[in-house]
Design a binder for this molecule. Structure first.
Ligand SMILES: [Zn+2]
Length: 138
């Protein structure tokens, strides 16, 4: 089971802050070092069952909201030939782009490549998404 570890840092000076990553911006306290409310959230996945690990990085606008670019790169074990492949996945929400490539590190050969609109990819069915309904008001 991979363990997800999150840490919060000041988006301005990089000071590590003992703050919950999911805390709304309205409940944040200014950074003790520089007074900034900007935050950088680092999420890393620690694979406990294997020596190989996958690292994920998410970029967020400082004002909060969904990550606009999601990039995953790391080693991916392919069951069919029991070999570790180099996996690179980019999810760009601003450009509505989903890109995935798997490269054999020993030969440099691209064994799998996928590039499509993000909206199309999410229709595949296994993309879990939590939707919050919001009152339109008025
Ligand atoms: Zn700071």
């Amino acid at each position: 089971m991979p363990v997800e570890v999150s840490s919060v840092q000041c988006g301005d000076c990089g000071e590590e802050l003992p703050e919950n990553p999911s805390l709304p911006i309205t409940e944040r306290t200014p950074c003790p070092m520089c007074g900034s409310l900007g935050r950088t959230t680092k999420v890393s996945f620690h694979e406990t069952s294997a020596t190989k690990s996958k690292l994920g990085a998410k970029g967020r606008h400082v004002c909060g909201g969904k990550p606009f670019v999601e990039e995953v790169s790391g080693d991916d074990l392919h069951m069919e030939n029991c070999r570790w492949m180099k996996l690179t996945r980019v999810i760009d929400r601003e450009k509505n782009l989903y890109q995935e490539s798997v490269v054999d590190p020993t030969t440099g050969e691209v064994v799998h490549e996928c590039k499509e609109p993000l909206s199309k990819h999410q229709n595949h069915g296994n993309a879990k998404k939590r939707l919050k309904e919001k009152d339109a008001g008025g």
